[in-house]
Design a binder for this molecule. Sequence first.
Ligand SMILES: C[S@@+](CC[C@H](N)C(=O)[O-])C[C@H]1O[C@@H](n2cnc3c(N)ncnc32)[C@H](O)[C@@H]1O
Length: 244
Amino acid sequence: MAIGSHHSARAGTETWLTPPHVLDALGGADSFDLDPCAALNQPWPTARQHYTVEENGLIRPWRGRVWMNPPYSNSVIGRWMGRMAEHGQGIALIFARTETQVFHETVWRGADALLFLEGRLHFHDAAGVRANANAGAPSVFCAYGAADADVLASCDLPGAFVPLRLRSLIFGFASVGSWVDEVAKVIEKAGEAVHLDTLYRALADSPKAQRNRHWREKVRQSLQRGPFEPLGDGVWQMAQGRLL
Ligand SMILES: C[S@@+](CC[C@H](N)C(=O)[O-])C[C@H]1O[C@@H](n2cnc3c(N)ncnc32)[C@H](O)[C@@H]1O
């Protein structure tokens, strides 16, 4: 059977492992606190803690930054993705079935940003052997939380980054507050795209940063929510045709 249906029940197994280079590009397995649906005898870790089918990750408490490449069968994917959206911190890797009800409920309406992968992944079988055939469908990484949106925006995986919180730019710009303005001022003054580190340096002494010990988070959040676009490797510019 072509691996094209490898995540379906028809494929005979639901264990198709995340390639190690994918985890490395997202910060490494150690940077994830939990994989709630790890394979039995994973040949490599996907997070610091694993729940397997024996513990049943669906009914356990989830904590911290979650890595989730779930069983994809239609009968359960909604439960996994619903749990992920509710948890709100981490990254899920699923097929880009963008029209489905599950995708609408838990990704379009639940995630903070997406990275649509260019090309197709080759997953690994339960023994860790890379499949000859590709996944047979497009994959998408779904970020929950601003920090993981930032990870997708700046990681080296090839693809198209799509921030979803631009909706707040249109409907709730005021709620983002003037952090967006502060970030925009720095980029506009530079007159070119700037690296995140440049933004940190420029804003470190600002009164707003002095008042908020989570100010770096605010800067990243503003980049996600405001009229900015990522160029990769942590470099950002003002969005073309921006509303400001
Ligand atoms: C697509 S594989 C991904 C494995 C691993 N998460 C990774 O990224 O490499 C999905 C895995 O979920 C496991 N699984 C299925 N139901 C589960 C459950 N209720 N609790 C925990 N794991 C489960 C399956 O055994 C399978 O190995």
